[in-house]
Design a protein around this ligand. Structure first.
Ligand SMILES: O=C(O)CCC(=O)C(=O)O
Length: 316
């Protein structure tokens, strides 16, 4: 019995050592290049569950009591709050290898501040061009606070892959970048992350990146965003309530460590906006849809009452 537990302890130590060495190697690459491809984070079975849950959200636009995707632009269907969908989404966000790398790259105060995904539709349009992710209030700020995204493909990606200019991170405050500004960047410096479903990578979001063009087939991917939540956000993200505290599913939170609860932002109200009401973009259309639906409810109610009255008359 004692012999068995010594063997298990020894194996655990070796596993931890190997994980630590892998994390150190991947951290070095992230630090140098701004992007690093990770080894597989999920089993085929977990991936299949995640794909199925994500696909279900893509069946229709979210409306009334039907959950679904959100649509604010032409070429993407957005699935917000993926941590609600399946255990796999939570486990990926808190994967030991990811945490070891982020601990070193972001320091001890980072949290997962967003977990969403999208289906990109086929197009030849360069609608999501080169940029660094603007997220913090840049007024009066010289330094570039660190932010890392973890991406995971849910479909095989052969076109429209994520593109990243290696070594472009931490050079300038994040902003949109014109194609002409990167025209001289040699192709060899651009990482184009094609890969099978399940491929995962980390990138520093201050580096110049984009969704590749053309996108020849639909692509499904999720993006987790990690940064220090005490950094002041840019106004447009506050107005949109973009980095709201995570919305979680109690069913998937059964085996968290205290570090995990910190990363998920348990009890942190810093970026909670009480009674938040998002500005409506299409108020006229929305009120037309509300009234049409209201009319339909009244109409079916009237039909039921007439049918009941007729049944009563005919049964006399
Ligand atoms: O969808 C992509 O490949 C690009 C993602 C991106 O630009 C971002 O997450 O900031």
């Amino acid at each position: 019995m004692r012999m068995t537990s010594i063997v298990i302890d020894h194996k655990r130590r070796l596993d931890e050592e190997a994980l630590g060495q892998t994390a150190a190697r991947l951290f070095d690459e992230l630090d140098k290049e701004g992007i690093v491809v990770l080894p597989a984070l999920v089993s085929n079975e977990t991936l299949a569950n995640m794909q199925r849950a994500f696909d279900t959200k893509l069946r229709r636009v979210r409306w009334n009591n039907l959950d679904g995707y959100q649509r604010t632009e032409l070429y993407r269907h957005m699935v917000e709050d993926v941590l609600l969908l399946d255990q796999g989404f939570v486990d990926v966000a808190l994967h030991p290898l990811v945490k070891l790398i982020l601990d070193r790259y972001l320091g001890p105060h980072y949290e997962l501040t967003e977990a969403k995904g999208w289906k990109s539709l086929p197009t030849k349009r360069d609608f999501h061009g080169w940029h660094g992710d603007a997220w913090y209030d840049q007024n009066g700020r010289r330094d570039i606070p660190r932010e890392v995204k973890l991406a995971l493909y849910l479909t095989d990606v052969r076109s429209g892959a994520f593109n990243y200019i290696r070594g472009s991170h931490r050079q300038q405050a994040p902003r949109y970048v014109q194609n002409s500004e990167v025209a001289d960047v040699p192709k060899s410096q651009i990482a184009e992350i094609v890969g099978k479903a399940g491929s995962a990578f980390l990138f520093d979001t201050s580096g110049i990146h984009r969704q590749g063009v053309p996108m020849l087939e639909p692509r499904r991917a999720i993006f987790y965003n990690y940064h220090d939540p005490s950094v002041r956000l840019q106004k447009e993200d506050i107005d949109y309530y973009r980095y709201h505290p995570l919305i979680l599913n109690a069913a998937f939170l059964g085996s968290l460590t205290s570090e995990d609860t910190r990363i998920l932002g348990f009890g942190n109200k810093q970026n909670f906006l009480p009674a938040f009401d998002r500005q409506r973009r299409t108020p006229v259309f929305q009120s037309f849809a509300d009234q049409t639906f209201n009319f339909q409810l009244h109409f079916s109610n009237l039909r039921e009452r007439i049918a009941a009255r007729l049944r009563r008359i005919l049964s006399r």
